[in-house]
Design a protein around this ligand. Structure first.
Ligand code: BES
Ligand code: MN
Ligand code: ZN
Length: 485
């Protein structure tokens, strides 16, 4: 779907949209053949323009019958405009019409761009493998025309469009099945970021072996698919920002649990166990796409966790790149094993000042927070506050958890430096504590457990059911609000 801008509405629009606050409804000046009819219809529909409210009606316009959609944003909360855009497209996505004209004369440039962002992201679907979709089930909208936009609408849209492109890449990576997306093909799907100026480096099995990444490779050794460490570096500061901000993602392209195998029911969900890596890739695409003036490196630890004659066993002891040894009590606690080597390598190679890792790490985080927030674990109040602030502006919700010595000692092992699981309680915290043991002095680190957020079985305001794209806007806003020079 293409987004265009126009000063006035052309007669070809099949659908006409309006977005308004509750205080605008009474004397809203509908630029329609019969504005009084629109106001009357709104009254009869009990439309108060409250947040999330909308109604659709048909009216004669220039001699043809067109759909008119009116959307409310209540008090005008910044995030309600993208929700309104999402509602707009969901009402007409497959209706047969091709062009939406969205009036934005009463909106700021930012609000107009947010609405377009909602339309664009909500319109994304994964239909690749549906060969039998009937005509009536296929999306038909080809163009969104933002009408009467302010001068800054287009500039704002360039930024929002870059974020939308990032979100859609994340969703694609997350939604593709594991026979299609595995470490090598995950890398292939990210290679186009080069065209945006992202420097891409890929480490293979031999290189990681030589570096001593025994934890990451231990997870991978039961799979016939080779592992990859994908590194995406965007420096929009021309070297001015010396220490980069690093994003590190868990990219388990399929998690069977390994020898500690998961039950069959629901195991197919584990195709999205690379949601952290997917978010990192999408965030890099967004940042490069909008030429963010920051130095950011994104690292994805990509492996497949399979049971096999060559798979690692419970009780095995592996040596991580940091030199610390790990007793693998449960081969299903593999995400932390992948991340610990990716985190160590990132610090050794890039000396970042801040690191944020994202991972679909524990089922326990879903027990704690359901699908409402991702869990935030951090050694830095400063970085936590920055992340919590970008959670507010992005809508990618975060809730902070405690970490500390009492939890740390729960992962001591009698045979190695640590074990990869703790006791039953506090499973998400002991997982974070494990990662913390690989964070070097003076590095401000945050871990986001996004197991409840990467995927949704039902549709949300700006996504269809399935991959949500969680984390892209969060990371983008973290950079935009704090780290651009
Ligand atoms: N990928 C899973 C976490 C997960 C579970 C994500 C359910 C989304 C939905 C992770 O690798 C895992 O298996 N974690 C175990 C850890 C346990 C063995 C300590 C878990 O949460 O059960
Ligand atoms: Mn697992
Ligand atoms: Zn996993």
């Amino acid at each position: 779907m293409e987004v265009q801008f126009a000063d006035i509405r052309s007669a070809t629009a099949d659908i006409i949209g309006f977005i308004m606050r509750s205080d605008e409804i009474d004397d809203f000046d509908f630029p329609l053949d019969d504005p009084e009819f629109a106001r009357q219809t709104a009254k009869e529909a009990k439309f108060k323009a409250s947040d999330g409210q909308s109604f659709l009606f048909f009216a004669q316009q220039g001699g043809k019958s067109v759909r008119i959609i009116v959307l409310g944003v209540g008090d005008g909360d910044p995030l309600s405009y993208e929700k309104a855009g999402g509602t707009l497209i969901s009402k007409v996505q497959t209706c047969g019409a091709k062009t939406i004209a969205l009036h934005t004369e009463n909106l700021t440039g930012k609000q107009a761009a947010s609405a377009a962002y909602g339309v664009k992201t909500k319109n994304w679907r994964m239909d690749t493998y549906r060969t039998k979709l009937s005509k009536s089930q296929q999306p038909t909208i080809e163009t969104l025309i933002v009408v009467g936009a302010h001068a800054e609408s287009q500039a704002q849209w360039l930024e929002m469009a870059a974020i939308a492109d990032g979100v859609m890449l994340t969703r694609e990576l997350v939604a593709e099945p594991a026979n299609i997306i595995y470490p090598e093909t995950f890398v292939e799907r990210c290679e186009h970021l080069k065209e945006l100026g992202v420097k891409i480096t890929v480490l293979g099995d031999e290189e990681m072996e030589a570096l001593g990444m025994g934890a990451l490779l231990g997870v991978s050794q039961g799979s016939v698919r080779p592992a990859r460490l994908l590194v995406m570096h965007w420096d929009g500061t021309n070297g001015a920002q010396e220490r980069p901000i690093a994003f590190v993602g868990k990219g388990v392209t399929f998690d069977t649990g390994g020898i500690s195998i998961k039950p069959a029911g629901g195991m197919e969900d584990m195709k999205w166990d690379m949601g952290g890596a997917g978010a990192v890739a999408g965030a890099m695409k967004a940042l490069a796409g909008r030429k963010a003036k920051a130095n950011v490196v994104g690292v994805c630890g990509l492996v497949e966790n399979m049971p096999d004659g060559n798979a690692q066993r419970p009780g095995d002891v592996v040596t991580s790149m940091s030199g610390q040894t790990i007793e693998v009590i449960n081969t299903d606690a593999e995400g932390r094993l992948v991340l610990c080597d990716a985190l160590h390598w990132t610090q050794e190679t890039y000396n970042p000042e801040y690191i944020v890792d994202l991972a679909t790490l524990t089922g326990a985080i879903i027990i704690s927070l359901a699908h409402e927030y991702a869990g935030l674990f951090s050694n830095s109040d400063e970085l936590s506050d920055k992340l919590l602030a970008s959670a507010e502006t992005s809508g990618d919700a975060l809730w902070r958890f405690p970490i500390g010595k009492a939890y740390d000692k729960m992962i001591n092992s009698p045979i190695a430096d640590m074990k990869n699981v703790g006791p039953r309680g506090g499973g998400s915290i002991t997982a974070a504590q494990f990662l913390h043991r690989f964070i070097q002095k003076d590095v401000k680190w945050a871990h986001l457990d996004i197991a409840g957020m990467a995927w949704d079985d039902k549709a949300g305001p700006t996504y269809a059911k399935g991959a949500t794209g969680y984390g892209v806007k969060l990371l983008n806003n973290l950079i935009a609000e704090n780290f651009e020079v």
